[in-house]
Design a protein around this ligand. Structure first.
Ligand SMILES: Nc1ncnc2c1ncn2[C@@H]1O[C@H](COP(=O)(O)OP(=O)(O)OP(=O)(O)O)[C@@H](O)[C@H]1O
Ligand SMILES: [Mg+2]
Length: 479
């Protein structure tokens, strides 16, 4: 397929849809896109302003996207058309194309056209489904490899539905450390990446400012266009949003909790990172075709007001792996098949916790779970203590207080028992309980949303380690 055939092909499609042929500037834009020229070069050659050429280009991509049922842009135009052309020999699209050439504007709604559109739909069925034909550009260098992965089909299907079918623009995956947020996000990307023109994975472990994250992403998105990324914060954000409108992008921000403060309620931005809040709001509120997937220990505050079943913003609290999937993990670790269910429930199906304890069982108890349980039903290895301490360290003083009360109770605790404390106002207490929920540190009891529980491992940690350290600190202060 050469560029002249492309122009003829596109002209026929546009004529069949609108009754008008492509004008010279539209042809120049298609020719330029084919040859990977910048808008500036096309504009200079045709003695037009770059802005005007971009506007014409934008409308043209919209029109072609509507005709072909697939999001087209200057960046993916050549790949998409070449692919269509290849398909036209496999499917009867070639014939449709010839027939399209014969139609006049007046016959646009004739059965022939319907037929052509049907054939076209057959080809582009994947645009919103599994077989999508986008040729996506990916920057996944920050994404970790996931070697073994069990279960999670329900979560994967739900996230795919939200993002691909329902076109959500902002999705938050939150839950405790080690619960499998990053692994799930990696698997999701593998599953849905073809629906996006660009896929970008950014780990926030080096805590990039919004300006750095945007500049870095824009550089990748504008590889072919050399866009400027200077200007004030508002301008940069609007420029970033422009890219997210122009291309269908999937951006994963991993470890978003690193943007939040310690010692305060969940989701409170550290100084210097508050402008991420504006980004998340704009992603939810402004129209665009891209999607941001965030993983976090804490649910960002903005999400609470933006999310909803009929809104393009959703959040998913990730629970532990179910028994069969956790069992696969234990089998892989070489554990003998007894008392698995007990072990899995105690470690709440958290894959990282299960990995840690099963390594110890394999090493010291020859893989026998029953032997291990004779000595210690809830072993807190140093590694596990370290993981938990990082999460507890982030809490506000009142959250620590509420959590320790819950941990000291043998039974689940009713909200009424927590309120009415003379030391704190009910509104402060409710905010602390809400914040602990947003950190996945307390759960509602099944069937009764007003009763809260703490996971056994966390309870054990708080009762043994945390209070011991706290008491020592208090004693030292007194002395
Ligand atoms: N479904 C799964 N099957 C098997 N292993 C899993 C699964 N999910 C996660 N894991 C493993 O559990 C460990 C923790 O997972 P992951 O890093 O995704 O957790 P996380 O929730 O992102 O933790 P953090 O919040 O600390 O980043 C990893 O070694 C990962 O490979
Ligand atoms: Mg992670």
């Amino acid at each position: 397929m050469d560029v002249e055939e492309v122009l003829e092909f596109a002209d026929h499609l546009v004529f069949a849809m609108t009754g008008k042929h492509l004008d010279s500037l539209q042809k120049a834009i298609l020719r330029g896109a084919w040859d990977n020229q910048k808008y500036r070069e096309i504009a200079e050659r045709h003695h037009r302003s770059e802005k005007y050429v971009k506007e014409v280009g934008f409308k043209l991509w919209r029109l072609l996207s509507n005709i072909l049922g697939e999001e087209l842009s200057k960046a993916n135009f050549r790949a998409a058309l070449e692919r269509r052309w290849r398909f036209s020999f496999v499917l009867p699209f070639g014939k449709a194309f010839v027939r399209t050439a014969k139609v006049t504007p007046n016959t646009c709604n004739s059965p022939e056209i319907t037929n052509i559109q049907q054939l076209d739909e057959d080809i582009s069925v994947g645009y919103e489904g599994k077989n999508s034909l986008f040729s996506s550009h990916q920057d996944l260098s920050d994404a970790p490899d996931v070697f073994s992965f069990w279960g999670r089909s329900e979560e994967l299907n739900k996230l795919e539905k939200w993002i691909v079918e329902e076109r959500c623009r902002l999705v938050v995956l939150f839950g405790m450390s080690g619960i499998g947020k990053t692994a799930l996000a990696v698997k999701l990307v593998e599953k849905i990446q073809d629906n996006f023109e660009f896929v970008i994975w950014r780990s926030l472990c080096y805590k990039p400012t919004l300006a750095e994250m945007q500049a870095n992403s824009i550089q990748f998105l504008s590889d072919r266009e050399e866009k400027e990324v200077d200007g004030n914060a508002d301008f940069r954000l609007s420029q970033f949003m422009e890219y997210l409108r122009k291309y269908r992008c999937l951006v994963i921000l991993d470890d978003v909790h690193l943007l939040f403060s310690t010692g305060e309620l969940a989701g409170c931005y550290q100084s210097g990172y508050e402008d991420y809040s504006l980004l998340f709001k704009q992603l939810g509120e402004l129209t665009h075709d891209s999607c941001f997937l965030l993983t976090s220990w804490e649910k960002p505050r903005e999400i609470v007001t933006l999310e909803g079943d009929n809104k393009p913003v959703r959040s998913l609290e990730l629970a532990g792996l179910d028994i069969p999937s956790s069992g696969e993990l234990l089998r892989e670790k070489g554990l003998g098949e007894e008392k698995w269910e007990y072990l899995i429930n105690h470690y709440a199906g958290n894959p990282l916790w299960l990995q840690i304890v099963s390594t110890i069982i394999a090493d010291l108890f020859e893989g026998s779970v029953s032997e291990f349980l004779k000595y210690d039903t809830l072993l807190l290895s140093e590694e596990l203590k370290d993981i938990l301490s990082k999460q507890i360290y982030r809490l506000s003083p009142l959250e620590k207080d509420v959590l320790s009360r819950l941990a000291n109770e043998d039974e689940p605790v009713a909200i009424s028992k927590l309120l009415g404390n003379i030391q704190f106002s009910n509104s402060d207490l409710l905010n602390a309980i809400q914040s602990l929920r947003r950190r996945s540190l307390i759960q509602k009891q099944d069937g009764n949303g007003m009763i809260f529980t703490v996971k056994p491992v966390l309870k054990q940690y708080l009762k043994t380690e945390y209070f011991r350290v706290l008491n020592t600190a208090i004693k030292l202060n007194i002395n």
